[in-house]
Design a protein around this ligand. Sequence first.
Ligand code: GUN
Length: 278
Amino acid sequence: MFQLIDGKSIAAQIKEEVKEEAERLKQAGIQVCLAVVQVGNDPASSVYVRNKKKACEYVGIRSASFELPEDTAEDELLELVRRLNEDDSVNGILVQLPLPEHISEDKVIQTISPDKDVDGFHPESVGRLCIGEKGFLSCTPAGIIELLRRSGVEIQGKECVVVGRSNIVGKPMALLLLKENGTVTIAHSRTADLKEITQRADILIVAIGRPRFITADYVKEGATVIDVGIHRNEDGHLCGDVDFDNVKEKTAFITPVPGGVGPMTIAMLMKNCIAAAK
Ligand code: GUN
């Protein structure tokens, strides 16, 4: 019998905690504020940005919205970020990715003040995580640690396998599991015998970006499986990187798509905004 990890309800719980914190800060005269910057109107980005602003409103964080046209010059965006860095009424800065081709994402990320880097993407935040210093954590991997913790899944001493090596998910995920005393392997699309590696995992985190790629033969009996992927399949339904129906009976804990990792990303962003204000 497997247990479903209900990301929607855990995220809701975190948002309630954030709401209380935001209220406490308000009583102390601090209105938490997140600047949300979107360049162009990529439909997926617009959905994410809308959901982030909605979450802000719900928890009592002010969101300052900056919607710039697709042809915005890189310098203009950098100037806006610098202005927001200087603005004491702004606690966190989020520039929604991806950016149009003519703008360097690295340059933009590096221009955000590490003190307002609520996405945890700045090299200083990543470096801090790497050497075990306190700093902003990338929201999706931080959310996954929270899912495991609140579901009672122990990480210490466990074989953890992360499939995927992106800067936003795979790499910080591996570092966070390591910080929790897991034994960590990072696998990826070029790993020679992926199945052999994933079959060792007590905790398997999948962020490979391929729909229903992980089937039962990749999974050890009794493993915890966390699915970071999100895709729309042939019949218009959402699915993850894990073939949920094929895998679930083999697991002890598994996240669904939707309603698993997804809602946690925004909840952790809200938490980072509170930390930024403090
Ligand atoms: N694009 C997709 N996910 C994210 C995220 O977590 N933060 C930002 N800024 N852009 C994204």
